[in-house]
Design a protein around this ligand. Structure first.
Ligand code: MN
Length: 217
């Protein structure tokens, strides 16, 4: 029997809609600039840039209605509303959730300027609030995706505005990694990203999926 130096951390997980089963999270891949209007607001030309990937650690997940802490070392924490694809056996999408790709925008801008990695901008502790996983086909492939802060609509888009749809994202990711059960893919955000501060109430909705709601703690 393995003798651990210290107890292994519990596996991060998400609830599954309408079930007592949990979805065990392995790793979080994220797609950058997958909506043309968002690529433009970030200063990129969506016609010239293929969407690309970055990642967050699996334990960046914030689930079950918990509130993410405002992170250290930033003065510009941004929300990004995202459809999340949940990967099961054979690297196939088995379910869907509503997520928020929290971003230290100031550190990301600095990383872009200096050509350095995005880890500190994207992969920090509690950077991936995520709602419950709804198993099966995406209920509304051309449905609305929206985000409000303190009741005011900040992002409002449609899932079929994605440059790479979820199937093409999985195909592209599969060329770079062996997707495995428990992987989550954040599929990018529509335009309208912006800052949140402590105490802000964020609500992210996608047609047909469980709403994600949290407060920045
Ligand atoms: Mn994002």
């Amino acid at each position: 029997m393995t003798q651990w130096l210290f107890p292994p951390r519990p596996t991060p997980s998400l609830p599954i809609t309408g079930s007592d089963l949990r979805f065990p999270v392995r790793r979080i891949l994220c797609v950058g600039q997958n909506y043309a209007a968002h690529a433009r607001e970030m200063g990129s030309d969506p016609d010239k840039q293929t969407p690309f990937f970055f990642s967050k650690p699996g334990d960046a997940i914030v689930s079950d209605g918990a509130n993410p802490a405002y992170p250290s070392a930033t003065a510009n924490l941004h929300y990004e509303a995202e459809l999340v694809a949940a990967i099961g056996e054979g690297g196939r999408i088995v379910g869907w959730a509503v997520g928020c790709d929290l971003t230290r925008r100031d550190l990301q801008a600095e990383a872009k300027k200096t050509g350095r990695p995005w880890d500190a901008a994207k992969g920090f502790d509690q950077s991936a609030p995520c709602g419950s996983v709804t198993l099966g086909d995406l209920p509304s492939p051309a449905g609305a995706i929206a985000l409000t802060v303190n009741g005011e609509t900040k992002q409002s888009g449609a899932l079929d505005d994605m440059i790479l749809n979820p199937d093409r994202i999985v195909e592209a990711a599969g060329k770079l990694w062996t997707l495995a059960p428990g992987d989550l893919i954040f599929t990018g955000t529509p335009s309208g990203v912006g800052p949140v501060v402590r105490g802000d109430a964020v609500v992210v909705t996608i047609d047909g999926l469980e709403t994600l709601a949290f407060e920045v703690a």
